[in-house]
Each structure stands twice: as structure tokens, then as C-alpha cells.
Design a protein around this ligand. Structure first.
Ligand code: NDP
Ligand code: MG
Length: 384
């Protein structure tokens, strides 16, 4: 049995990962489970999966959790440091990083430092600290196994291939709920409209990012680090049906694609069982019933977050960290009703323009920049 830990178990990826574990009871044993604040769901998960360690990062939630029930088979802990420690805990072979945002970086670093393979859902980690993470993974001889559906697809397309033969990565994008809309049509879109993603059911932050195409931008940077490929060789292709999860074009002109119904349990499972393929409860593609598969060019003028991500990624250093932090603040402000959807780009641009790039930042520098950009962006939003 493979021992795994799941950080962010109460979220969209976390719950689907536990569903994978539930359906393969002879494959996995849960070592540590960690989440932030959802006491109700977390209690049920601890009861069902009986991990060795259970951690809630939010102190108040942790107090409620301890007052609520008694779990004799499980060691429990609370607070941010406990969550970071959980990432390196015990003899877990693989740690699934399914928290959202910058908060996922430090636990991921700790997990790698303890020699754990990483099933990486938390893309912000690679965006902010790609160089640190990739170098650490080499030093500690750990695998970074992508959970993001596009990167999982690319990973599969590259099996058995020589990376020198790769000409291009074709990163597919659904286009989100506003595909084809003009700038004017997006002026007053509501939170509910933004959260109505046409093909994927995900946590709120990534759903907003998908609507703004910032998510695709984050994924371009993620692909750059995961596959060591130049930005000029990563092409975003809008494919509204989300059946092709990404493709790789090789130097002889061949293109290999990975296709499946859009269901995150598939890339999650493959990351956890790699290199094995096991039975999965995924609806199969039926080619007779499938509608057209179509492809479009992304509209970088209206959805300028994607264009910005390419620019930021190419410059590198602390700039992707700034991009990410400003976006996290802007998305939260949008969800609170404080700013309009399109102002997310204004918040990001303001932070980028105010920043002097530092090259090869250490972790401590990134933490400081992240905090500084959060303060700056909150102030900018107050004056919008
Ligand atoms: P959700 O918002 O659904 O879940 C986030 C999880 O992280 C919850 O368990 C939450 O705990 C926990 N969490 C949030 N903040 C903290 C914190 N500060 N410390 C510890 N735990 C925290 O997000 P998703 O599952 O949608 O996304 C998770 C990550 O995976 C993101 O980085 C996203 O970009 C990536 N991803 C997601 C995909 C998807 O289909 N959802 C697809 C590809 C990538 P609690 O609920 O208890 O407060
Ligand atoms: Mg994705």
C-alpha cells in the first residue's frame, strides 16, 4: 500500500482525491490529512480515513474540531506551523498539495525537504518559486507529478519521449464562461456569472482565474518550469469542449494528445499511482455521441491577464510572485464585491508597474514580496 498525505483535503481537489482513495482501498493508506477551516467536512474525513495525523491550519477551526469529537487513532494538531510540518510527516511516499494560493508554497518546500514525492495541484507554488522547487526536487531526488489536467496530459504525452524532440506544447483552455465576449460585455458581470464555469467544477479562486484566463497564464508558467520549455514554445489553444486536455508537438510534426471526459479524478489518480494505470470511475468518451471538437485563438486583448503572464514569466525573478499575489488579492476583492471583474487586471498591472524585479529570489525574499504586494494591492483597491 502506498502511503499518501493530502493537504487541502476539504477542497475540490482534496475531496476528489479522497474519492480516488475510497475507490481503490487496497492501494492507498492516508498518512496525514490537512485542511484550513471546514470543521464539519474535515471531521467526517478523519472519521472515514483514520489518518495518522490530522491538522487544521485555522486555530479557531482547530479548537472547534478538538471540542467536537475524539479520534483515538489519530494524532491531531492545529495552526499554520502544524500544517507545514504535516507536509513532511511520517513515511508518506507522496504528498498531494491541494491547498489554494501562495499558502501552499512553504508546506511544499517542507515536503520536498523530507524527500516526499509531490502530486502537485497547487500551481501557485511553481508560478511563484519554480526555480527553487525544481532545483530542490533534483537535489532531494523527488518527483513532481502534475495534477493540473493540462500538465497531467502533457506528462502523459511525454512518456517515453526525448525532451529534445519537443517542438511545442499546446496547452488547451476551455475559454471559461466568457469566451467570445467583448471587453464592454464584461464590464458588469456578476460573481455568479463568473463562477458558472462551462466544463469544470472547481474551488472559487481557480474558477475566477479561469474566467479571467489568469489561470491559463499561471499554467503557462507552470508548464515552463515542469517541462523546462521556453515560453515561445508554449501555445495556448482554446478548446471549449475540454476533451483534449493538452498536446505536445514533436520535431517531426507529430502531435500527441491526451483525451478524456473532463473529470479531475483522472489526473489526480494518475499522479498518485504513476507509473501504473488503474481502473478509474470515469465516464468514457463515446465518439458517436461526441459533439465537434473545436479550436480557437485566445483573445489576449480582452483577457489581458494571459498576455501579462507570458511577459511576467519571461522576465522571471520576483515578478511571477508579484503577479500571483496581486491576483490573489484581486480575486478575493472581486468575490467580496469590492471590485469589478475587469479590475482584477488593473490590480495586477498596478502591482507589476510598482515592482523592481529581483533575480533568483530566495524563499525569504518571495515571502516578503508576497506580503508587500498584498498590502500595496489592498490599498490600491481601496482607492479604486
Ligand atoms: P478549494 O478552494 O476548493 O480548496 C482549497 C483547500 O485548501 C481547502 O481544503 C482549504 O481548506 C485549504 N486551504 C485554503 N487555504 C489554506 C491555508 N491557508 N492553509 C491550509 N489550507 C488551506 O481549491 P481547489 O481544490 O479548487 O484548488 C486547490 C489547488 O489546486 C489550487 O492551487 C488550484 O489552482 C489547483 N487546481 C485545482 C483544480 C480543480 O479542478 N479544482 C484543477 C487544477 C488545479 P478549508 O476548506 O478547510 O478552509
Ligand atoms: Mg488546469
Amino acid at each position: 500500500m502506498k502511503k499518501i498525505s493530502i493537504l487541502g483535503s476539504t477542497g475540490s481537489i482534496g475531496t476528489q482525491a479522497l474519492d480516488v482513495v475510497r475507490k481503490l482501498p487496497d492501494e492507498f493508506k492516508i498518512c496525514a490529512l490537512a485542511a484550513n477551516s471546514n470543521v464539519e467536512l474535515f471531521s467526517k474525513q478523519v472519521e472515514e480515513f483514520q489518518p495518522e495525523l490530522a491538522v487544521l491550519a485555522d486555530e479557531d477551526a482547530y479548537k472547534k474540531f478538538t471540542a467536537k469529537r475524539n479520534f483515538p487513532a489519530t494524532q491531531i494538531a492545529g495552526g499554520r506551523q502544524a500544517l507545514i510540518d504535516a507536509a513532511g510527516y511520517g513515511d508518506a511516499e507522496i504528498v498531494l498539495t491541494a491547498m489554494s494560493g501562495f499558502a501552499g508554497l512553504e508546506p511544499t518546500i517542507n515536503a520536498i525537504g523530507h524527500g516526499k514525492n509531490i502530486a502537485l495541484a497547487n500551481k501557485e507554488t511553481l508560478v511563484v518559486a519554480g526555480e527553487i522547487i525544481i532545483n530542490m526536487a533534483k537535489d532531494f531526488n523527488v518527483k513532481i507529478l502534475p495534477v493540473d489536467s493540462e500538465h497531467g496530459a502533457i506528462f502523459q504525452c511525454l512518456q517515453g519521449e526525448n525532451s529534445a524532440d519537443v517542438e511545442k506544447i499546446l496547452l488547451t483552455a476551455s475559454g471559461g464562461p466568457f469566451r467570445g465576449k467583448t471587453f464592454d460585455e464584461l464590464q458588469n458581470v456578476t460573481v455568479n456569472e463568473v463562477l458558472a464555469h462551462p466544463t469544470w467544477n472547481m474551488g472559487k479562486k481557480i474558477t475566477v482565474d479561469s474566467a479571467s484566463l489568469v489561470n491559463k497564464g499561471l499554467e503557462v508558467i507552470e508548464a515552463h518550469w515542469l517541462y523546462g520549455i521556453d515560453y515561445d514554445k508554449i501555445q495556448v489553444v482554446v478548446h471549449p469542449q475540454s476533451i483534449i486536455h493538452s498536446m505536445v508537438e514533436f520535431r517531426d510534426g507529430s502531435i500527441i494528445a491526451q483525451l478524456a471526459e473532463p473529470d479531475m479524478r483522472l489526473p489526480i489518480q494518475y499522479a498518485l499511482t504513476y507509473p501504473r494505470r488503474l481502473q478509474a470511475p470515469i465516464n468514457r468518451l463515446n465518439f458517436w455521441q461526441m459533439k465537434d471538437l473545436t479550436f480557437e485563438e485566445p483573445d489576449l486583448k480582452t483577457f489581458r491577464g494571459l498576455k501579462l503572464a507570458y511577459e511576467v514569466g519571461k522576465i522571471g525573478g520576483t515578478l511571477p510572485c508579484v503577479f500571483n499575489a496581486a491576483n490573489e488579492v484581486a480575486v478575493n476583492a472581486f468575490l467580496r464585491g469590492q471590485i469589478k471583474f475587469l479590475q482584477i487586471y488593473d490590480v495586477i498591472e498596478n502591482a507589476l508597474e510598482s515592482h523592481a524585479v529581483l533575480k533568483n529570489p530566495a524563499f525569504g525574499v518571495l515571502t516578503m514580496e508576497d506580503s508587500a504586494v498584498r498590502i500595496l494591492s489592498e490599498k490600491f483597491i481601496e482607492h479604486l
